[in-house]
Design a binder for this molecule. Sequence first.
Ligand SMILES: Cc1cc2nc3c(=O)[nH]c(=O)nc-3n(C[C@H](O)[C@H](O)[C@H](O)COP(=O)(O)OP(=O)(O)OC[C@H]3O[C@@H](n4cnc5c(N)ncnc54)[C@H](O)[C@@H]3O)c2cc1C
Length: 443
Amino acid sequence: MTVTVAIVGAGPAGFYTAESLLRSALDVRIDLIERLPTPFGLVRSGVAPDHQHTKRVERAFTRTAEHPDVHFYGHVALGEDLTLDELRGLYDAVVLAVGAPHDRRLGIPGEDKANIFGASAFVGWYNGHPDHVSLNPALDGESAAVIGNGNVALDIARVLVKTAEEMEHSDLPEHAARAIGKAALRDLHILGRRGPAQAKFSNPELTEMTTLADALCRLAPPEVPEAAPNDLDERTKRVVERNLATFRTMMERPDQGERRRVQFRFWSRPLEILGGERVEAVRIAHTRLDEAGRLVDTGEVEEVPCGLLVAAIGYQAPPLADLLFDRSGGHYKHEDGRIVSGLYCVGWCRRGPSGTIGTNKADGADVARHIVEEHGAGGRKSGGPALEALLAERGIRWIDAEEWEAINQAERDAAPDGAPRKKFVRVKDMLAVVPKERRHGAA
Ligand SMILES: Cc1cc2nc3c(=O)[nH]c(=O)nc-3n(C[C@H](O)[C@H](O)[C@H](O)COP(=O)(O)OP(=O)(O)OC[C@H]3O[C@@H](n4cnc5c(N)ncnc54)[C@H](O)[C@@H]3O)c2cc1C
């Protein structure tokens, strides 16, 4: 009998797992269960709206979704619409691909003041994720700070300082375009505890910061190390050396009276967030590396003004049933992707928030191999039809692949000139696109 596999989460890790299973010799039915009516996870709602070239991977995922052995169940949330035990009862194998949507906290005093956000929420806001569309950040201050030295911090800074013309071919939703367009922002600080050679920026993303139309980037302190540290592997060393060269180019760009300034404030450890009800500044300790390579404070303290603060310091997988958690990594406990027999994890909920979209491919291949080994003799559980019966019984309306295509087409049809789509940002508006007679499980 056909092996039935439920993959929970239709982001990159979910799609790569489906692809690997389809390439295996297994007679398999794959059901992709996704809490939003729309697939693609962070490719839709994390990757920056001005990086449409990165979103092209959606085409490959769409081809996988169109395979006759793959079925999409959008608008179905594990843990809300059905439990993990119920799902495991319906399928031979369950693969968790739920990502890491929860922001890590800074853990410093003042963190609960108004206008402080985690990157997941803030990026979700400017990317039209229905969970965060009502975030309503106040952009009326002249200064803002982003804490973190990875690509997410660069994305946030870039989206905030680019001009409307620079965002013309993006899918930045109207609410965010309007708010960013009238922002009073002049100074944006990117804070990192370590130095330019330790930052985790990819070079193309950093290079983009040197070509902004109306924002000038500078380093504080202005020193760029001569060379990358010696203790790095060859690949990392090459990236660091390119980044150091990019920082030098950045410092050489003449000041042409740009409206906005981005300050890379290295060697800055946040101590406390200051202000009344709303954030007004962040107090930082200056740091350095000691002879043993440990990060230590220099004893100097400074206050960096910011009326908006976004912490881009990592994410955690969602708590699900009583699954064991690796707290320091922010992901589920597993062995090579296997949580227990018949239950697996892939992507960010397996590894924590690191790597690019393609990094998730290997996880899918591992888990497909486990499933083939454990279920090669054939399946026992009916999967999809039993899931549909359960959803219908609960009056839960799900979205299939054709209905998602209708939502996708409606977004494309509504796109302003030059933009790829006008995103629906509310679930009810997405659901309204599907004609009544087509609706599944509708109450
Ligand atoms: C801000 C940001 C920008 C990025 N930019 C880039 C970039 O430019 N280039 C690049 O290569 N990588 C980028 N990445 C990294 C890339 O997005 C990740 O590697 C990748 O998306 C992780 O895939 P995933 O499938 O594990 O998780 P996700 O993409 O998060 O997908 C998880 C899916 O699970 C669903 N889900 C969650 N809980 C449930 C539930 N209970 N029931 C059902 N479904 C559920 C979610 O809705 C989501 O669709 C970026 C990441 C971030 C955060």
